[in-house]
Design a binder for this molecule. Structure first.
Ligand SMILES: [Zn+2]
Length: 224
């Protein structure tokens, strides 16, 4: 099922790219956590299990012709390193690793973002093309990068912010989607743009919509 969806998704994007030759489009095959994205599967999902699950997904992406792989919403480093090692050793594809942080700026379980990036790089010969953070409000990503050593900070190439200031536990139990305050979201996203010299991909995650994206697009246009 998931493999069919992956193949169809890439075919749709290839078709769009063929019809949009005036704009360069990079097609990235996305992997996600193997359990609840807001829970830590460390110790539950092993490196070997992750390699098996992601192996078939990356194989399908590679056969369909993606340009790169990404793994989003990472807490469990075994999932990240399994995906990176597959991209490197089996398919020679670039890969982007995006973590999720909590309201204290740390990964669930207490690991700092800096430590997570260093550890994935250490275990995979720094193969990851760039790192990122998704599904956290820009305010909490600022906490994660503020005191980070500059060599690690420069490894961050992607931010896709959640719209809400609520914790993931609160969001998990919420019956409504929280769009948050867009003016706060954009202001704090702008702060991040100034803190991250290696940033190349920006966007929204849960709770965001075209209004959020339009607001940061205006900002990017003004500095590009
Ligand atoms: Zn999200």
């Amino acid at each position: 099922m998931i493999l069919d969806l992956n193949r169809i998704a890439v075919k749709i994007l290839l078709d769009i790219r063929n019809k949009t030759q005036s704009t360069s489009i990079v097609i990235s095959g996305a992997l996600g956590p193997l359990q609840d994205a807001y829970q830590d599967s460390t110790g539950t999902v092993s490196f070997g299990q992750a390699r098996e699950y992601y192996g078939s997904q990356i194989h399908a992406f590679a056969e369909e012709g993606v340009d790169m792989i990404c793994i989003m919403t990472v807490i469990n480093l075994d999932e990240a390193t399994a995906a990176v090692s597959l991209a490197q050793r089996e398919y020679n594809l670039p890969i982007h690793v995006s973590f999720i942080v909590e309201t204290d700026g740390r990964l669930r379980g207490g690991r700092t973002l800096e430590d997570a990036i260093r550890e994935v790089d250490r275990l995979t010969e720094s193969y990851t093309t760039y790192f990122g953070v998704n599904c956290a409000h820009p305010r909490y990503i600022i906490k994660a990068v503020r005191d980070m050593h500059t060599d690690v900070r420069s490894r961050i190439g992607s931010i896709r912010g959640n719209s809400s200031l609520k914790s993931h536990d609160e969001l998990d139990n919420s019956l409504v989607l929280d769009r948050g305050d867009i003016s706060v979201w954009v202001r704090e996203f702008n702060e991040l743009l100034n803190m991250l010299p290696g940033l190349k991909v920006v966007g929204g995650c849960c709770g965001t919509d075209e209004e959020h994206i339009d607001a940061i697009t205006s900002r990017i246009d003004s500095v590009s």
